[in-house]
Design a binder for this molecule. Structure first.
Ligand code: PA5
Length: 429
């Protein structure tokens, strides 16, 4: 049974693409990934390696938080928050009160004073726990948000504050680990050999996702299936490797932007997570596709114009799910004064699906190369599968471009500038 299907719509100029030209490079990268031990490759087998005790610990902690709090505050940025946010948006229903979980709010992913002030104000009548997440333990945004919320927790809970703070950080080192040990906060480990944007399937993502009421056992089951399916060395049989090769080939032929597109608004944070994963992994040494995204049909009424007729620098990757659990039917109207009865045998999902097909055809005819990724069902199993698929494809893509998928030397430049400015005595205007 295939859990994920990859297909393409390319015009004649791209029809000559021969996958077999990449067989040898893929095979070398495949073995490199399997064998390197000095790199941050722990995520590759993480879904298989995580133990039942570790999952139980997360479940127990999640039950405790749900029983004693109205809100979980997750403090983190980049890879330390986007995965949990993406899964929560994709799987926890809109508008309705969560059935098996509580509200999870994200903080420390920006430096806005107004966001912070309003967040603290919103907590006044509600009980909360804090989960601060940082692999390095020294990230500016996370650290200052944690300072504010530590103070506020003490104001609210006094001596008991420390029982409501959970620290998720590097298993071996770091300032946050030292603080947690000194203050007696409970700790969850991020394996040292897993970097931020590949850490979703560790406690970084799993605790907040579980507190939001999503079944983490199913997420891990989907990811485990992906580990097995996507460890196939033969390029023709490995969808992650095929996706990596397709995007590399398009990049080599001059396309500069990959636009991830989907027709379900709940996937918009999967887009954000994907952008961070590919942008930080590939964008270095003056190389790399620029990862961008659109939410259709909303963006058909804005960026759709550019995609159809603008500068032909992009290709589109459509992400979709065959079966969705919820739908809304269009009622029949005797008067038909809005002239919509021709659609009354259809549901929103039907119309959405047909809109997707129409958009793919129009953009293809407008000269945009199309990749389509389709999964069976929008559920925890397939989301786990998809996220692992993207991580594996991303690492392979970066190696095809001959860059290291696991470092981010470029982010040091702005960090140094900010630090220098913050250390200056005079106020910079
Ligand atoms: O992927 C990465 O490594 C980064 O995006 C980090 O996740 C981000 O900078 C946050 O780092 P930390 O978890 O150390 O606070």
């Amino acid at each position: 049974m295939t859990h994920l299907n990859l297909s393409t719509k390319f015009n004649e100029r791209l029809f000559d693409m021969d996958f077999m030209n990449f067989g040898h490079s893929i095979s070398l990268i495949h073995h490199h990934l399997e064998e390197v031990e000095d790199e941050l490759t722990g995520w590759l087998k993480q879904p298989l390696n995580i133990t039942a005790e570790e999952v139980d610990e997360i479940h127990n902690l999640s039950d405790e938080i749900k029983e004693n709090a109205d809100v979980l505050l997750v403090i983190g940025i980049g890879g330390s928050y986007l995965g949990a946010k993406a899964v929560q948006e994709a799987l926890a229903p809109n508008f309705t009160k969560k059935e098996n979980g509580i509200e999870v709010l994200f903080v420390g992913h920006n430096l806005s004073g107004s966001y912070m002030k309003r967040l603290v104000e919103s907590l006044h009548n509600r009980d909360f726990y804090v989960n601060v997440i940082s692999k390095s333990g020294t990230t500016l945004e996370t650290s200052i948000a944690f300072r504010v919320l530590r103070h506020y927790s003490i104001e609210r809970y006094g001596q008991n504050a420390k029982n409501r703070i959970i620290v998720t950080t590097d298993s071996e080192k770091g300032l946050l680990k030292e603080i947690a040990l000194a203050q007696g906060y409970r700790m969850l480990d991020i394996p040292s050999n897993i970097g931020g944007r590949y850490s979703l399937l560790t406690p970084v993502g799993l605790l907040p996702i579980s507190v939001a009421g999503i079944n983490i056992t199913e997420i891990l089951r989907g990811a485990c299936q992906a580990v097995i399916d996507l460890n196939e060395e033969d390029l023709e049989k490995n969808e992650a490797y095929r996706y990596a090769v397709l995007r590399y080939e398009l990049y080599s032929r001059g396309y500069q932007v990959e636009l991830l597109a989907s027709f379900e608004p709940c996937l918009s944070y999967i887009h954000e997570w994907w952008k961070q994963l590919f942008g930080e992994s590939e964008g270095k040494e003056k190389k790399g596709l620029f990862p961008a995204s659109v939410n259709y049909s909303t963006d058909l009424h804005s960026l759709g114009q550019y995609v159809q007729e603008g500068n032909p620098l992009l290709f589109e990757t459509f992400l979709s799910f065959k079966h969705l659990s919820e739908d809304c039917h269009l009622p029949f109207n005797e008067l038909d004064d809005d002239q919509l009865n021709y659609l009354s045998h259809r549901s929103f999902n039907d119309i959405n699906h047909i809109s997707e097909q129409g958009t793919v055809l129009a953009h293809f005819e407008g000269g945009v190369p199309i990749i389509q990724i389709e999964l069976e069902r929008l559920d925890a199993f397939h989301i786990g599968y998809l996220l692992y698929f993207f991580m594996k494809a991303c690492a392979i893509s970066a190696y095809l471009q001959d860059v290291n998928p696991f470092d981010q030397p470029g982010v040091e430049a702005y960090k140094t500038k900010i630090r220098d400015l913050l250390n200056e005595k005079t106020i910079v205007s």
